[in-house]
Design a protein around this ligand. Structure first.
Ligand code: SF4
Length: 196
């Protein structure tokens, strides 16, 4: 059965929830939409550049040479009520993989693993084929990391979806992130006086 719109949790919500639960609180419950930061605008520019160049590149760096590319795939899972836009999906006859582009030189964190888990479920339902893996492409490092969905991350994803829905229903203000050094650059910092 199709979930109702207010129950839909986005991949962005899930990624942010794993990093700082206050971010989906501000965007879903308040809701507050701060203007795009320079960092976000840079990310958008780099993603557009990736898309322009990627059509000419070989897929060998992913090990999916003969796959068909699908850019910007909007997908929704009726089974778990999540939705998101996949930067690039690679489709073979028997399976799919997804690529998520990161406009940073960072490393894989829990927020990325949560995002990868969600995208893999979305891709599998959208293409009706197993999704074998997710690739996180860190543009500033020029490095591709491969992630696979396992039972532990499926369970963490399920709990995060429930957590976001519960927070949206109760309006309980969640605790601040444990990664306090990220607060300086957060677009919601003006609403988090208690962390400064
Ligand atoms: S300022 Fe820090 S605690 Fe507040 S929403 Fe941003 S990351 Fe979370």
């Amino acid at each position: 059965m199709m979930p109702v719109a207010s129950d839909i949790v986005t991949v962005s919500d899930l990624k942010q929830f794993a990093f700082c639960p206050r971010i989906p609180y501000f965007s879903r419950v308040m809701p507050i939409r701060p203007p795009a930061t320079e960092l976000m605008e840079r990310g958008q520019r780099l993603e557009e550049e990736f898309r322009r160049l990627e059509v000419r590149r070989s897929l060998s760096r992913y090990g999916w040479d003969r796959a068909k590319r699908h850019f910007g795939v909007y997908a929704m899972s009726e089974s778990i009520g999540i939705a998101g836009r996949i930067d690039l999906a690679l489709e073979r006859e028997d399976a799919v993989a997804i690529i998520d582009v990161k406009a940073s030189g960072g490393f894989v964190g829990d927020n990325h693993r949560m995002q990868a888990a969600a995208y893999q479920i979305l891709a599998a339902e959208h293409f009706k084929k197993p999704c074998l893996c997710a690739f996180m492409y860190f543009l500033d490092r020029g490095c591709v990391e491969r992630l696979e969905l396992d039972a532990a991350w499926t369970e963490r994803l399920r709990r995060a979806i429930e957590g976001i829905r519960a927070m949206s229903a109760s309006h309980d203000f969640p605790p601040a992130t444990a990664y306090r050094n990220a607060c300086e650059q957060c677009e919601y910092r003006n609403f988090c006086g208690d962390v400064f």
